[in-house]
Design a protein around this ligand. Structure first.
Ligand SMILES: Cc1cc2nc3c(=O)[nH]c(=O)nc-3n(C[C@H](O)[C@H](O)[C@H](O)COP(=O)(O)OP(=O)(O)OC[C@H]3O[C@@H](n4cnc5c(N)ncnc54)[C@H](O)[C@@H]3O)c2cc1C
Ligand code: FES
Length: 222
């Protein structure tokens, strides 16, 4: 497992992809880690960093797909080329890659870790769900994926008999594990530190309390 590092990196580019924003930064000495691991990104002038899954790791870069929903993510989406920001990671537990018949399942901004995961698993089939055509433009990051738009759900389009690796909103994850009990699921919680110190990310899953930043974000549901 690679050791997390905190480095001040430069923005290479900020690109709109449908309703989302892809922020590309120089990689420096940071290890991209295992798909499903995350980085804490700290926009200049903000007190708390925000957790972001690694979306892509092109040569010499790390790329993050953001949904600008609040002050932290909007500040990151407003960065410009050559701006500097602190990047800390890779953190947490990623997906297990020793699966025989992978199927990637993503909902909304939950598709963020899937392009890097798809690369590691040699482009397996994927089912992606979005709330609108505009949001679905981000499916371009996973060429060949099956795409559904609300009210059709990813669970309506999931083939059976697969090793499911999923990331998306909690109701989607619950629905996925109801039909694929062995699925690997990437969960979310607000995170202040990202390395186990603040207990801010404790969630109850199946009656057990877990610090999602160190025990997750990817958990096996069975
Ligand atoms: C491991 C991990 C990986 C993530 N990867 C990505 C990613 O690749 N791209 C991306 O856009 N987002 C990702 N997120 C979510 C992202 O970190 C939050 O959306 C962000 O921190 C919100 O900050 P904000 O200041 O913009 O909004 P805030 O004002 O902090 O939040 C806006 C609203 O979202 C809620 N919220 C905030 N954070 C979370 C959260 N983590 N889970 C559930 N609800 C939340 C708040 O309660 C509030 O209602 C990830 C989260 C985790 C834990
Ligand atoms: S984010 Fe601080 S303990 Fe998990």
């Amino acid at each position: 497992m690679s050791r997390p590092r905190r480095e001040r990196r430069s923005v290479v580019a900020v690109e709109a992809i449908g309703a989302y924003v892809l922020v590309r930064v120089t990689r420096g000495s940071l290890d991209p880690g295992i798909p499903g691991q995350f980085f804490m990104l700290e926009a200049p002038g903000r007190v708390l960093p925000r957790p972001m899954s690694l979306c892509l790791a092109p040569r010499g870069e790390l790329a993050f797909l953001l949904d600008p929903i609040g002050p932290g993510t909007r500040a990151l989406a407003a960065l410009e080329p050559n701006d500097r920001l602190h990047v800390f990671g890779p953190l947490g537990n990623g997906f297990r890659l020793d699966v025989e018949r992978p199927l990637l399942v993503g909902g909304g901004i939950g598709i963020a870790p899937l392009p890097y995961l798809a690369e590691a698993l040699e482009q397996p089939p994927a089912v992606l769900g979005f709330r609108s055509e505009h949001h679905a433009e981000a499916a371009a990051l996973l060429p060949g994926a099956d795409v559904v738009i609300d009210p059709v759900l990813v669970t309506d389009a999931m083939p059976g008999g697969r090793d499911v690796l999923a990331c998306g909103p909690e109701p989607m994850l619950e629905a996925v594990r109801a039909i694929a009990p062995d699925a690997q699921l990437a969960w979310e919680a607000p995170m202040a530190c990202g390395y186990g110190a603040c207990y801010g990310c404790v969630v109850e899953i199946d009656g057990e309390l877990k610090r999602l930043c160190v025990e997750g974000p990817v958990l096996c549901s069975s």
